[in-house]
Design a protein around this ligand. Structure first.
Ligand code: GDP
Length: 307
């Protein structure tokens, strides 16, 4: 994973300087914290998250656990590791299952974030565990989206519920149907055909807009999902915070999926999103292939950053 390359290198340099010292003075700690702060800001981590993070690291680094440690520098690295796990969400958060199937998962996010691709990945991942997911195509905005979800469903070997051209009222036109109705009918179809998961793909726009939010909010209200996953491209850097906040207000998502973690992102979105929204990251998407997908583990991500 190329992500965090720069951030990792900066932190490694900082810790290398620290290792040449025995006991650490307050000035050593302050210098280290300053360098960590700069590295995080350069990685596009949100300012409030950086402040909170460096405040915690500083307080602990000046305390007894470092003072009394046999290897103070190593102890500081340990503290940074712990606090990174903290801002990434602490414990791994697993998918919530409905008490009575089907478990309904709604996907939301900007166009191009990787929602449709993710729908296929998630469906395959569930299928590989013996589940019987149904994909529901509610992105009736982008002309090709329904077809694209059909391709993804076929690759994943799972069923799809999609409006037929005739259903929209305009022959051959997939962009005119009512996405709220399709979502509701899709969930009903899953129930009647005994699918234990439903994954509802919704429309994205290039930027956050009121109409998109209203539609996503209406779909949420109509199908009462067990999970609403906000899909966000890890490459979008500083914009991640404002986008996430807009979606949080608009659809009140329950969890986050980070996509394109294989790209050359600076890591800011990954490190900011939990702190800014308070919502856990559930999955990470790391490529275009159906298998490039994994549950998100805060501790593993922290280790990658500090590698
Ligand atoms: P949607 O508009 O949110 O449904 O986004 P798509 O699923 O159509 O994805 C947009 C583009 O990003 C496509 O070209 C995907 O192949 C690509 N993509 C999606 N997820 C990833 C990922 O994790 N890594 C990379 N490198 N590309 C991805």
């Amino acid at each position: 994973m190329a992500t965090f390359g720069n951030l990792s290198a900066r932190l490694t340099d900082t810790f290398a300087k620290l290792r040449t010292k025995g006991k650490l003075s307050a000035a050593d700690v302050d210098g280290t914290v300053r360098e960590i702060r700069r590295a995080l800001l350069e990685a596009d981590v949100a300012l409030e998250v950086v402040k909170d993070f460096t405040g915690k690291v500083r307080e602990r680094a000046l305390g007894d656990e470092v003072n009394k440690a046999l290897n103070p520098a190593q102890q500081v690295v340990q503290i940074v590791n712990d606090e990174l796990i903290g801002i990434l969400g602490g414990e791994q958060r697993r998918l919530e299952f409905a008490k009575t199937p089907p478990t309904v998962i709604m996907l939301a996010g900007l166009q191009g974030a990787g929602k449709t691709t993710l729908a296929g990945k998630l469906a395959k991942w569930l299928k590989d565990q013996g589940h019987t997911p149904l994909l529901v195509a509610c992105d009736l905005q982008r002309p090709n989206a329904v077809t694209q979800l059909g391709v993804v469903a076929e690759q994943a070997g799972v069923a799809i519920y999609a409006p037929h051209p005739g259903n929209t009222g305009v022959e051959g036109d997939l962009t005119v149907g009512d996405p709220v109705r399709v979502a509701r009918d899709g969930v009903a179809e899953a129930r009647s055909k005994h699918h234990d998961f439903v994954i509802v793909d919704t429309a994205g726009r290039l930027g956050v807009d009121a109409e998109l939010m209203k539609q996503a909010g209406d779909i949420r209200a109509a199908i009462d999902p067990d999970e609403v996953l906000f899909v966000i491209d890890a490459m979008i850097g500083q914009d991640a915070v404002a986008t996430a906040q807009a979606f949080q207000e608009g659809v009140d998502f329950t969890g986050v999926v980070l996509t394109k973690l294989d790209g050359d992102a600076r890591g800011g979105a990954a490190l900011s999103i939990r702190g800014v929204t308070g919502k856990p990251i559930l999955f990470a998407s790391t490529g275009e292939g159906l298998g490039d997908f994994e549950p998100f583990h805060p501790d593993r991500m922290a280790s990658r950053i500090l590698d």
